[in-house]
Design a protein around this ligand. Structure first.
Ligand code: HEC
Ligand code: HEC
Length: 304
C-alpha cells in the first residue's frame, strides 16, 4: 500500500512549514474541551491478509485516495475522497470510514429514505465530487465498501463510536464575519489553498485541493454548509495543526470560503436558484445558497 501521504505532497506540505499529520496524532487532538477518549483504532496496513480480500481492500484504498485520476468518469471536479476524509479515511473527527461503515443502513433527511452504505457514498460522488455516482454493484463501489469494511474490523455495529463525523462547533453568539474570515484565510490558508481558493497543481494534478471554483465541491455538498465546514476546519485545518483556530475563526473562514461560487447544485429546480433554495437549502444548516451577499446573488454556479 502507498505511504500515508504521497511524497510529492509531503514536499509541498513541508515547504509550507506545517508538520504532516501522523497516524498517532488521532488520539492526541488538542481541541479544548472536546477530547473524547477514542476507543477505536483501525487495523494497520501490515495486518492486511495477502489474499483476494486483501487485494480488494488495496483497490478500494487506491480509489479513495486517488479518486479523480482513477475514476474520471465518476468525478467532475479536482477532488479525492481523502481530501475531506483525512489520513486515507482513518482520521478521527474527519468523518473516518470506520465511524461510518458500522452505522449503515441509516435514515437520511437529505433524501428522506433509509440509505445503504453504497448509497451514502453515491451521495458524496454526486455532491462532494460533483460527479456521476458509480452503480451500487459496480466493482469500484464494491472495492470502496470493502476498504471501509476492513477499516471497521472489530468496531461495534450500529453504535456511534467516538471520533465519528466532524464534531459540531456551535455558532458563536455574534455569528460570523466575512472580513475577519478573509483575514484568517490570507494568513493561514492561502499558502496551501491559493489566494483565490484554487488549490495547487503539480504536473497537472492537484497536490492542494481547491476550496471554491469549478474544481471544488458543488452547492449540494455537505461542506457548503458553513456549520459543517467550520466543524471540518476546526478539527482538521490548517493541515497539521488541528484545533489551533478558535470557534470564531473557524466559522469566519468557513463563511468566507462558502460565499464563493462553485459548481451548481445538481438538483437545480427548473433552472431557478430561488426555487432550489426553498426546496433544498432553506432548512439545511447555515448556508448562503440563494442569498445576496454585498448585493450579489450567491449560488449561481461556475458554469461548467
Ligand atoms: C468536499 C469534501 C468531501 C469529499 C471530497 C468527500 N466527502 Fe464524504 N463526506 C463529506 C461530508 C461533509 C460528510 C458528512 C459528514 C457528517 O455528516 O458529519 C461526508 C460523509 C461521508 C460518509 C458518511 C460518514 C458517516 O459517518 O456517516 C461517507 C461514508 C463518505 N462521506 C464517503 C466518501 C467517499 C467514498 C468519498 C469519495 C468518493 C467522499 N466521501 C468524498 C465531505 C466529503
Ligand atoms: C499546509 C498546507 C495547508 C494549510 C495551511 C491549510 N490546508 Fe486545508 N488542506 C490541505 C490539504 C493537503 C488538504 C487535503 C488533505 C488530504 O488530501 O489529505 C486540505 C483540505 C482542506 C479542505 C477540504 C477539502 C477541500 O478542498 O474542500 C478544506 C475545506 C480546507 N482544507 C480548508 C482549510 C482552511 C480554512 C485553512 C486555513 C485555516 C487550511 N485549509 C489550511 C492543506 C492545507
Amino acid at each position: 500500500m502507498k505511504p500515508l501521504i504521497p511524497a510529492l505532497l509531503l514536499l509541498v506540505v513541508g515547504s509550507a512549514q506545517a508538520a504532516p499529520i501522523a497516524m498517532e496524532d488521532q488520539s492526541q487532538l488538542k481541541v479544548p474541551g472536546k477530547q473524547a477518549a477514542l476507543q477505536f483504532t483501525p487495523p494497520a496496513e501490515d495486518e492486511l491478509p495477502a489474499n483476494a480480500f486483501g487485494k480488494m481492500v488495496r483497490e478500494g484504498h487506491a480509489l479513495f485516495v486517488d479518486t479523480r485520476r482513477l475514476m474520471p468518469e465518476a468525478v467532475g471536479n479536482g477532488m479525492n475522497c481523502s481530501n475531506c476524509h483525512l489520513d486515507q479515511g482513518r482520521m478521527a473527527h474527519s468523518a473516518p470510514l470506520w465511524g461510518a461503515y458500522p452505522m449503515y443502513p441509516a435514515y437520511r433527511k437529505k433524501n428522506d429514505k433509509v440509505n445503504t452504505f453504497a448509497e451514502r457514498i453515491q451521495g458524496c460522488f454526486q455532491f462532494s465530487m460533483n460527479g456521476k455516482p458509480p452503480a451500487a454493484d459496480s466493482p469500484q463501489m464494491t472495492a470502496l465498501s470493502v476498504y471501509a469494511y476492513w477499516l471497521s474490523t472489530k468496531a461495534p455495529t450500529g453504535v456511534e463510536i467516538a471520533g465519528r463525523g466532524y464534531p459540531e462547533v456551535a455558532q458563536p453568539a455574534g455569528g460570523y464575519d466575512f472580513t475577519r474570515g478573509q483575514q484568517v484565510y490570507r494568513e493561514q490558508c492561502a499558502i496551501c489553498h491559493g489566494d483565490n481558493g484554487e488549490g495547487q497543481k503539480v504536473a497537472g494534478e492537484y497536490v492542494m485541493p481547491p476550496l471554491w471554483g469549478k474544481d471544488s465541491y458543488n452547492w449540494g455538498a455537505g461542506m457548503h454548509r458553513i456549520n459543517t465546514a467550520a466543524s471540518f476546519i476546526k478539527y482538521n485545518m490548517p493541515l497539521g495543526k488541528p484545533g489551533s483556530l478558535s470557534d470564531q475563526q473557524a466559522w469566519d473562514v468557513a463563511a468566507w470560503i462558502n460565499r464563493h461560487e462553485r459548481p451548481q447544485d445538481p438538483r437545480l429546480v427548473e433552472g431557478s436558484v430561488e426555487k432550489t433554495r426553498v426546496k433544498f437549502h432553506a432548512n439545511d444548516g447555515v448556508n448562503l445558497y440563494g442569498q445576496k451577499v454585498d448585493g450579489v446573488l450567491v449560488g449561481q454556479g461556475t458554469g461548467s
